[in-house]
Design a binder for this molecule. Structure first.
Ligand SMILES: C[S@@+](CC[C@H](N)C(=O)[O-])C[C@H]1O[C@@H](n2cnc3c(N)ncnc32)[C@H](O)[C@@H]1O
Length: 273
């Protein structure tokens, strides 16, 4: 196995001095990268990702449909006039990142990516070397208040103005109390007119396969908490939930860009009144 530094250089990333990729442990960001046909994953990540595919072959399609939801929801916020985006649990850069979607509408809009896996920082910095409107930070959604006070975030984001905050396919990696605390902090800290964009894994659409698919994350540091429709809807307490409410990801304002067949995730968009 190459060193972290050599591996990243080969894969287009730049290693901060203290980076430890822990290639022997599967990581959610790299498992997801494999489903999206990325190349930033190690053998244990691929084995975990393949386990999910063998339990349910539509898992990579679910990842792609989640990215398509990201696009639709980000566009909605940008077309409503939002020019500041915070993407928490952003994952490895892939096709159709938030800044690509937003900058197609307004190249001056600001985007902050945050992920607790340092590999995201290493790749994001390389991708965004010349981009003064976008940055990548390492941080954890369980420290949301602290994240929103970071000088690097405040350099791009004015919290007195509306923001679109993304929690896509990430809240299922924390427990109920931590997830609730995060969405409550988002609501209390963001200005009126802000948007919450959320997607979340569920077993409800595939009850007979959910337990086997959930084993995919058993050997990661996080595990996974599939949640039901009612629990995902509760995350929007205090937000005006936009039509069509919380739905399976592909059914949220479909635009015909994907086959719309998977039922592994719920999604919704809320606006703070
Ligand atoms: C399945 S990927 C989703 C990527 C992207 N949000 C999307 O929906 O396409 C989940 C990401 O969340 C990150 N993550 C997991 N737990 C986290 C936490 N507690 N705080 C911040 N990021 C986290 C992982 O490292 C991974 O990159």
């Amino acid at each position: 196995m190459n060193s972290n530094r050599e591996w990243l250089a080969e894969h287009g990333g730049q290693a901060p001095p203290s980076l430890d990729l822990r290639p022997d442990v599967p990581h959610p960001a790299r498992i997801y990268d494999y489903w999206l046909d990325g190349k930033d994953n190690f053998p244990p990540d691929r084995a975990a990702a393949e386990h999910a595919i063998s339990a349910s072959p539509d898992i990579p399609a679910a990842a792609r449909e989640n990215r398509a939801f990201l696009h639709r929801a980000v566009r909605l916020a940008a077309e409503a006039g939002i020019r500041q985006f915070i993407d928490i649990g952003s994952g490895l850069p892939t096709q159709g990142n938030v800044h690509d979607a937003v900058h197609a509408i307004d190249p001056t809009a600001r985007v902050v990516y945050i992920d607790n896996d340092p590999i995201v920082l290493a790749h994001g910095r390389a991708l965004l070397a010349d981009n003064s409107t976008t940055t990548v930070l390492t941080g954890d959604l369980r420290d949301l208040d602290e994240l929103l006070d970071r000088p690097e975030l405040r350099a791009l984001i004015d919290l007195s103005q509306p923001v679109a905050l993304l929690l896509l396919a990430v809240l299922h990696f924390v427990n109920d109390e931590q997830a609730r605390a995060a969405v409550q902090a988002v609501h209390s800290r963001l200005a009126p007119g802000s948007y919450l964009l959320l997607s979340h894994s569920t077993g409800e659409g595939n009850p007979e396969r959910a337990a086997e698919v959930a084993k995919t994350w058993k050997s990661t540091d996080t595990g996974i908490n599939f949640r039901g429709h009612a629990a995902v809807e509760e995350f929007f307490e205090g937000w005006e939930l936009l039509e069509p409410g919380v739905t399976f990801v592909p059914l949220w304002r479909p635009d015909g860009s994907t086959a719309n067949t998977t039922r592994w995730m719920y999604a919704g968009v809320g606006r703070k009144g």
